[in-house]
Design a protein around this ligand. Structure first.
Ligand code: GRG
Length: 288
């Protein structure tokens, strides 16, 4: 199967699984459930589920076994986007090419959508074979020592000058922690040994930063119509980014270096790492 076909298949099975796990829009409280579905279904690249399945492809485990962990991570991601877009955070009106959740519904509903998506993530994992170690992994990646902590560092950094090291510390938490969890949950389900977990942890660390460097480059270069979210926001908000700290040319060199380091971390797996290698290329070459 070529990569675009594999990617489309994983995206489709993720959409179908999310559809199953989310409460129906007709169930009470119907407005909250409709808003949860609005924020989660029918959009997004599904990069984290793709990473979970691609890590799973290292092992002889059926794809269906990765649906729950892949969706659990995506539900956390969807919650983070809803909260990040709120007026008290990034205050954005466009996400995945449509009005943000609080614009389409209202702020209080959007707050509850985030809360409920987050708890649903852990319910899905717990009800579909997630071990205590896997649940702890996702909790740590989502919380104050992971994504939420990264968001706090980000909010505190607006208008400040950061070093590249400080910027990386923020991104390792804000974006990288969940990407790492996606890869490692896939590895756990596949029954990875200690060496595999260490190498995949290293791979995920490089990919997390790579994702963010490319995100910064796209924010500076791509139009809003392509991104499906407001372009040029980083510069407009005076946010430190790889592009503002390094300049565009060095940010692109950094992306090339990280791509190489990420792929080098996969050496132990040989040809079985094909999907992870292809996904690394996709993360660099994507247009939104
Ligand atoms: C509110 C606790 C809390 C955390 C928010 C991840 C995050 C932390 C905020 C998202 C804001 C943002 C633009 C982060 C930069 C990188 C990123 C996560 C981009 C969006 O992810 P994609 O490109 O989005 O995977 P899609 O829509 O494709 O799923």
């Amino acid at each position: 199967m070529d990569f675009p076909t594999w990617m489309a298949a994983v995206q489709a099975r993720t959409e179908a699984a999310l559809e199953r796990y989310l409460p129906p829009a007709t169930a009470a409280p119907a407005r909250l459930h409709a808003a949860m579905r609005y924020a989660t279904l029918g959009g997004g690249k599904r990069v984290r589920p793709l990473l979970c399945h691609a890590a799973g492809a290292l092992f002889d485990t059926p794809p269906a076994d990765f649906d729950a962990p892949a969706c659990a991570v995506e539900l956390i991601h969807a919650y983070s986007l809803v909260h990040d877009d709120l007026p008290c955070m990034d205050d954005d009106v466009l996400r995945r090419g449509k009005p943000t959740c609080h614009v389409e519904y209202d702020e209080a509903t959007a707050l509850l959508v985030g809360d409920a998506l987050q708890t649903l993530a852990f319910q899905v994992l717990a009800e579909h074979g997630g071990t205590a170690a896997m649940i702890a992994l996702l909790a740590q990646a989502s919380g104050s020592r992971g994504m939420a902590g990264g968001q706090a560092i980000d909010l505190a950094a607006v208008g400040k000058t950061l070093s590249v090291e400080e910027l990386e510390f923020m991104h390792i938490h804000k974006t990288g922690a969940l990407i790492r969890a996606a890869v490692l949950l896939g590895a756990h389900v596949g029954g990875a040994d200690d060496k595999a977990l260490i190498d995949l942890g290293h791979f995920a660390g490089r990919v997390g930063l790579l994702f963010q460097v490319v995100d910064d480059i796209l924010d500076a270069e791509a139009p809003t119509a392509t991104l499906g979210k407001t372009a040029g926001k980083d510069a407009a908000q005076n946010k430190p980014t790889y592009v503002s700290l390094l300049g565009l040319a060095d940010a692109k060199r950094k992306a090339a270096d990280l791509r190489g380091e990420a792929k080098a971390a996969l050496a132990y797996f040989g040809e079985r790492a094909l999907r992870l290698q292809q996904l690394t290329d996709y993360i660099v070459d994507r247009r939104f």
